[in-house]
Design a binder for this molecule. Sequence first.
Ligand code: MN
Length: 259
Amino acid sequence: MALEEYKRKRDFQRTPEPPPKVGKGERRRYVIQKHRASRLHYDFRLEMEGVLKSWAVPKGPSLDPADKRLAMQVEDHPVSYFDFEGIIPPGNYGAGTVMVWDVGTWEPEGEAHTTLQKGDLKFRLEGKKLKGSFALVHIRSRRPGSKGNEWLLIKHRDAYVQEGYDIDEYDRSALTGRTMDEIAGDAGSAEWESNRKAASGRSRKDDWLAESIARADAKKRQSKTPTRAKEARVGHPPKSSHAKGTLKKNSPQRKRPTA
Ligand code: MN
């Protein structure tokens, strides 16, 4: 059932988040929420098939095509999450401050359901902060403990590109104009401050991401040069860099420090 995981993770007596109700309409809205949980991230959500398809983007989206942003697919959210801004109280799943960072509409480039299933969703955004063409591309990741939910969010080249885009320059709610601290209120701010200090030592995390991006790029290049791709397939065992790309289900995995 849709929204089952969303429901399972939450106690709706204790969180102000909306209940797990599947919508009917096929409107194409999107929202990006800035979420100061145990780690700051941005939640990218596309309205589709009666729910919000959702990805958590640690560094947030970018208008610079050179930034390939990791996007972890998470559970579908109800459409009414679209304008949720406020505080998820301590002790709840995702506890912390939520800002509606950007809102707008989206248009698929290609058939949305199929391209989502294929892991290569291309679309245009018409939002308050973001505009233009983007892709969400499912990648094979070597991240320790990977659940196979890693995607990349990439800006396509068009009139809306901003080289060197710095998301921190855009730190106010698209709905209310408030900053995160204003949403959190003074008492909350101190608490989140201490959480942020605890989240450090992330260099190893970026290693696997750089490798995943390099591999995705190599694959893309290969598909653009059919003759070389063919040669590589004939008479050679799978290239080791590719073979390692898929985490075997039962292989031992390095433990990550929990956040
Ligand atoms: Mn989140």
